[in-house]
Write a protein that binds this ligand. Structure first.
Ligand code: ZN
Length: 473
């Protein structure tokens, strides 16, 4: 590795989430210290398999420590690979992130092992076994490295580095990281936004304000658009459920990510129920991982939005709450296929390309009295995307299924701030950071957002780094 040229400078390398939204990983180096912020998996287009298997842009054994903004796999998913390649130092994250990772990294390893098994079978004729990206044992090795850090506490992971984690309001445990890095007595404050949530969203708190930085890395996932308001979103949800359950007598099927989106939906449904705005119905959460993630959420009510904590107390002490059932075993899940009306079924995966949701779609999609509620982003080439795009027929497990159920797209539930939200968050800075790097956005989106920051906030020094770009500050 090339030494840092000027001893008093801090070098930043953008190893992932540069002009794209996955693979978050930033390397920070001084003559004394070397660490990364996030260690995310590449997902979606551009041959992610090859990129996830490529060598890290650093020697894992040469790192002093790792900081993690949150548990999403595109920020944490390569930690087991880092551990497999010899990293044995600490990985600092908030306590809720540490708990979520126990669920998510084990699941990610399971997915990798299954995929390798399936590939090996299809290659059996050539007698070459496919190696998984990592195994459950590697995931456990990574989990042992986790060190919880509370929001607001000062962490000194190295004599030359001090950091504070602040609530990013994105998912449970998500953090903005402020890092003060000293090189030859010269201190630089670098702020890593992580993923920034929307203000006034249910469950998690609003993103914490940050007021100064010498260098800022800011996400831009939705830097080119505006979300619907939460009130409009809740009204859409109420109308879709009322129309389907009360008027047509069908079921509502909701594909949703097991971590985050499912808990948010449960919160909104409980709130609608309390306000008397929901018909009588049974709510089923059919995903073992969603149950685990909900349990983790309930263990951390202390860091939830105060309104959410209040609602949970009401739910616990009130028999008139909505009927929510977490489905664990496969048999009960299959039993749901016989339910013809009055059920709202939340199941994973969120983009309908795997998991139990495919079975629920197979049994409800062709029935005009039913509804499918799309609540999250559907990537190209997924079953969810084909449904959103208005396909008249889709194939599920190779069988053609007509799309006769009504498809509702519920906007506004995004876990990311939109352009207005991001600009408002930046607006809390007392003065422009000397360097602002727009990251974690598709290329065009990041450019549009960078232009908006220059225009609206009159900031200079705003750039959109290329992958593997290296800067000294
Ligand atoms: Zn995220």
């Amino acid at each position: 590795m090339r030494p840092v040229t000027d001893g008093s400078r801090v070098r930043l390398t953008f190893l992932g989430a540069a002009r794209e939204v996955t693979g978050s990983c930033y390397l920070v180096e001084t003559p004394d210290a070397r660490f990364i912020v996030d260690c995310g998996m590449f997902q979606g287009g551009g041959n992610p398999g090859r990129r996830n298997r490529a060598r890290f842009g650093f020697d894992p054994r040469g790192l002093d420590f790792v900081l993690l903004t949150h548990a999403h796999i595109d920020h944490s998913g390569l930690l087991p690979r880092l551990a497999a390649q010899g990293y044995t130092g600490p990985v600092y994250a908030t306590p809720a992130t540490c708990d979520l990772l126990q669920v998510m990294l084990v699941d990610a390893a399971h997915v990798q092992e299954k995929e390798a098994e399936w590939k090996s079978k299809s290659r059996a004729r050539h007698r070459t076994a496919a190696e998984p990206l990592y195994t459950g044992a590697h995931a456990l090795r990574a989990l042992k490295l986790l060190q919880p850090v509370e929001y607001g506490a000062t962490l000194e992971p190295h004599p030359a580095v001090r950091c504070v984690f602040r609530d990013a309001g994105h998912i449970l445990g998500s953090a903005i990281i402020e890092a003060e890095v000293a090189a030859k007595g010269r201190k630089r404050k670098i702020v890593f936004s992580g993923d920034i949530g929307q203000s006034l969203r249910p469950l998690v708190r609003d993103p914490a304000r940050v007021t100064e930085a010498d260098a800022l890395l800011v996400e831009s996932t939705y830097g080119n658009r505006l979300h619907k308001s939460l009130d409009d979103t809740v009204r859409e949800l109420e109308e879709a459920i009322g129309e389907t359950i009360s008027r047509k007598g069908g079921n509502v099927v909701v594909p949703a990510f097991a971590v985050g989106r499912t808990q948010e939906l449960l919160y909104l449904l409980a709130e609608l129920h309390r306000a008397g705005r929901l018909p009588r119905m049974d709510i089923y959460v059919d995903s073992p991982m969603a149950l685990k993630a909900t349990e983790v959420t309930l263990r951390h009510t202390r860091i939830l939005d105060p309104e959410a904590a209040e609602l949970l107390r009401w739910l616990r002490g009130n028999r008139a709450g909505p009927r929510i059932r977490f489905v664990q075993d496969l048999e009960e899940s299959i039993g749901l296929h016989r339910v013809k009306s009055g059920a709202l079924i939340i199941s994973a995966s969120g983009m309908c390309d795997a998991g139990r949701i495919k079975h629920h779609l197979r049994h409800n999609l062709a029935r005009p009295e039913c509804a499918i509620l799309i609540t999250g982003f559907q990537a190209a080439n997924t079953l969810g995307r084909r449904i959103v795009d208005g396909a008249k027929e889709v194939r599920i497990f190779g069988i053609p299924v007509a799309v006769r159920a009504r498809v509702y797209t519920i906007g506004g539930l995004s876990a990311h701030a939109d352009q207005r939200g991001l600009l408002a968050w930046l607006g809390h800075f007392k003065r422009a950071p000397a360097h602002t790097f727009v990251v974690h956005g598709e290329s065009g989106t990041a450019d549009i957002f960078a232009a908006a920051v220059r225009k609206e906030l009159k900031w200079r020094g705003v750039t959109v780094p290329q992958p593997r770009d290296r800067v000294e500050i």
